[in-house]
Ligand binder design. Structure first.
Ligand code: T1G
Length: 707
């Protein structure tokens, strides 16, 4: 029977018998905002002051228990009462407080539960301390309370990796675990009543003492070394280890102070700014402005994929993984069989690694069918072509689809560079045409560039953005231009890497500098992996664009002309032993560069690492500025999402545009002007700062100010 019902802001309060129930009710994720913190304090004080209340249960009225601190508050403002203060009131409460962890509890949400005296949850639940992904660490006692309930290694793993953890692995943390989520609150009330009836002592985590024995010391030393090696470029993981160690070397009170000190050190870093920027950037990418307000998505119940090669097969897997039937079209049965066999091998490999059960493999394979007949695509709701990257071939395919596909079917191209509007001109329904640019391997890479054509209908755009989430991709809406956003910006990056080799840098020097900056591999290793012939093929289709620059990728062209296509041919910018992917420097390549430099009258010189970094990254950023100005990308954070998820740009730098904002746009502009002046004709052509960059730099603004 519910009595004394009242609300304290987004916190509901009522009593059931002599138990006060405090419900978190702040959509969408119970972020622990100022209003929530005040509401929790007021409702706890209400319960403590009410003599007929003998115990308190804290639960959530939303699917999530709580997503933790309100990250949007990190930008400043009056944040009192801070979360540690709220947790102190709960932990020191004179009546037992039981947390009914009804859904996922992350960050401050789990810290809130840890400050309670008892914790009840359900066996399917997961909890975590993901602060490290925001470039910080649990700042409300998580690093001090968790090791007092779980073992040191579990606490370190959770806090340093930020990974959600099944509650069944956290025996010491939860006092009672029920089977079904819906039993959690009642079980917590019963638990609270039992604590009162049995006069059990109030169990405060802060009262638990920890010993720092030799074994634990060894654990922390080894862990710190491992983290330093594995998380190069990140700042927070090392501090996470230090904070957890303080739980063993300090009193609880001093440990909290040490945690707070380390938290503030993290919060002040560019990595924290970058990772918090990226948290919102990733989510903002799915917010598409400008669509008509009453637009509804089309339903996608069956998909066709044209091409069963590496790309087509990977694309098809995304839909099978999401439970959507896929029919794959190839002109020859043999190509179909090969494609389906490759998909099965991929799934079987995942099963061997324990990522899939055999039943899941069969379920997914059952969703995949093949055909050599276009008519089999008559009933699909969406068809994606992944055929040869040649305009005439694409237009022929779309012409055929126009005849076969039902009205309202979405016709998508996976083209990575070609003009979608020209492709759309091959059909009678350009409003149904969109680009869905997957990145290879298509079943692995999270990024999906969604390319809107001039005539693409709003509901097709909306459907595609939602479909990205369905197939667990991060969809970013982009406009039509050569290379859209990602590949258009990678062009100057590759151009400069090749030019630097002519000027005297070696591939290994350039790759080392870029690797140290944080990309998973440098431009020469990346080129060898992808195949140098791919870049050559693109250049062949754009000779007019580079006609004025005789030095443009001349070494790469020579390598391809000699059949040195990279890893697949055992040699490219590097040499490769059979079966090995390890790049081996090749003096022949240096000799070719030297020879070409002499032919072109380029004087070779010692080039600094800083110049290499600036000449690879700043032109990429400069291209991004033009893309923003032209409206090809709606906001700079979309470009950051494309680069982190599509090209491995380090998330601790937030993406190229965030990185430029951190460096300062005036500095970026000034360095571009320096190279423009110091590199002769070459510099004058390629290093002209974007108008938008000049405009923002002159105004002392950032890319993130462009809305
Ligand atoms: N603060 C503010 N907004 C948040 C938020 C948060 N903690 N979590 C989510 N949102 C917003 C999000 O921006 C989106 O807004 C909407 O909620 C739905 O989110 C002291 C300092 C919980 C796994 O790092 O990982 O606690 O785009 O699309 O896919 O130690 O949200 O709709 O306008 O992601 O169902 C630590 C962050 C904080 C968890 C749910 N906690 N959140 O995923 O929904 S720091 C985190 C998530 C901290 C303390 C420290 C996910 C989710 P919009 P969503 P979802």
């Amino acid at each position: 029977m519910s009595q004394d019902a009242k609300e304290f802001g987004p916190i509901s309060y009522h009593t059931q018998g002599d138990v006060a129930l405090i419900g978190l009710n702040s959509a969408p994720v119970n972020a622990l905002s100022k209003a929530v913190r005040i509401g929790v304090i007021d409702s706890v004080n209400e319960a403590l002051a009410n003599d007929s209340v003998s115990a308190i249960v804290l639960y959530s009225k939303l699917p999530l228990f709580s997503a933790g601190a309100d990250i949007s508050e990190f930008s400043g403002g009056d944040l009192s009462p801070m979360l540690p203060e709220v947790l102190e009131i709960i932990e020191q409460a004179s009546k037992p407080v039981v947390a009914a962890v009804t859904g996922n509890a992350f960050g401050g949400g789990l810290e809130l539960a840890l400050a309670c005296h008892y914790r009840v949850t359900h066996s399917k639940n997961k909890v975590g301390l993901p602060e490290v992904h925001l470039g910080i660490l649990p700042g409300a006692g998580g690093t001090q309370r968790l090791p007092r309930l779980a073992d040191a290694k579990t606490a370190l793993d959770m806090i340093v990796t930020g990974a959600p953890t099944s509650v069944v692995k956290l025996g010491g943390v939860f006092d009672h675990v029920v089977d079904a989520p819906e039993e959690t609150v009642e079980a917590a009330i019963e638990f609270a009543n039992k604590v009162v009836a049995d006069k059990l002592p109030i169990k405060r985590v802060c009262d638990i003492n920890l010993s720092f024995d030799e074994q634990t010391k060894g654990l922390f030393t080894a862990y710190a070394e491992g983290v330093a090696a594995k998380t190069r470029g990140f700042f927070a993981p090392g501090h996470c280890v230090k904070a957890v160690e303080a739980a063993f070397t300090h009193s609880f009170k001093d440990g909290l102070s040490r945690e707070s000190e380390l938290f503030m050190e993290c919060m002040k870093t560019p990595q924290a700014r970058a990772q918090q920027h990226f948290f919102f950037a990733e989510r903002a990418a799915s917010h598409v402005s400008g669509l008509s307000k009453d637009v509804k998505p089309r339903s996608i119940d069956k998909v066709g994929v044209i091409g069963a090669g590496t790309m087509g097969g990977g694309i098809a897997m995304n839909f099978a993984n999401a439970g959507i039937p896929v029919v794959m079209l190839e002109m020859k049965q043999e190509a179909l069989d090969k494609g389906l066999a490759l998909i099965r091998r991929n799934y079987e490999n995942s099963a061997k690694k324990g990522k899939l059960t055999q039943a899941q493999v069969e379920e997914r394979m059952a969703l995949l069918s093949g055909t050599t007949d276009y008519d089999s695509l008559a009933d699909v709701d969406l068809v994606i072509e992944a055929v040869f990257e040649k305009m005439s071939v694409k237009k022929e395919v779309f012409g055929a689809l126009d005849k076969v596909c039902k009205p309202g079917a979405i016709l998508a191209s996976n083209t990575s560079t070609l003009d979608l509007n020209e492709i759309a001109s091959a059909v009678s329904r350009p409003q149904d045409v969109i680009g869905l640019h997957f990145f290879s391997p298509a079943n692995v890479m999270k990024l999906l560039e969604i390319v809107k054509g001039e005539k693409t209908a709003d509901d097709v755009i909306l459907t595609s953005m939602k479909l990205a989430k369905t197939i667990r991709k991060v969809g970013v809406l982009v406009g039509v231009c050569f290379g859209f956003v990602g590949n258009r910006m990678i062009e100057p990056y590759g151009r400069e890497a090749n030019r630097l080799m002519l000027e005297g840098a070696s591939p290994e020097q350039v790759d080392r500098v870029i690797g140290k900056f944080g990309l998973p591999m440098g431009p020469f290793t990346m080129g060898d992996m992808a195949g140098l012939d791919i870049g050559y093929f693109v250049r062949e289709s754009r000779r007019e664009f580079i006609a004025h620059d005789p030095s443009y990728c001349v070494v790469a062209d020579k390598l391809v002309q000699q059949g040195r296509n990279g890893l697949k041919s055992g040699r490219g910018a590097y040499l490769y032993e059979p079966g090995s992917r390890k790049p081996i420097p090749d003096p022949e390549v240096i000799a070719i560069a030297k020879e070409e430099a002499e032919r072109l009258g380029i004087k070779q010189r010692e080039i600094s690492d800083q110049e290499i970094l600036e000449r690879c990254i700043y032109p990429l950023i400069n291209e991004g500025a033009d893309i923003l100005k032209e409206g090809i990308a709606a906001k700079s954070s979309d470009i950051d999402v494309i680069y982190v998820y599509g090209y491995g740009f380090p998330v601790f730098r937030g993406g190229p545009m965030q990185y430029a904002d951190e460096v300062g746009l005036s500095e970026v502009r000034d360095r571009l002007n320096y190279y423009k002046e110091s590199l002769g004709e070459y510099g004058k052509h390629w290093f002209e700062p974007s108008d938008l960059l000049n405009e923002l730099a002159d105004a002392g603004k950032s890319f993130s100010s462009v809305k």
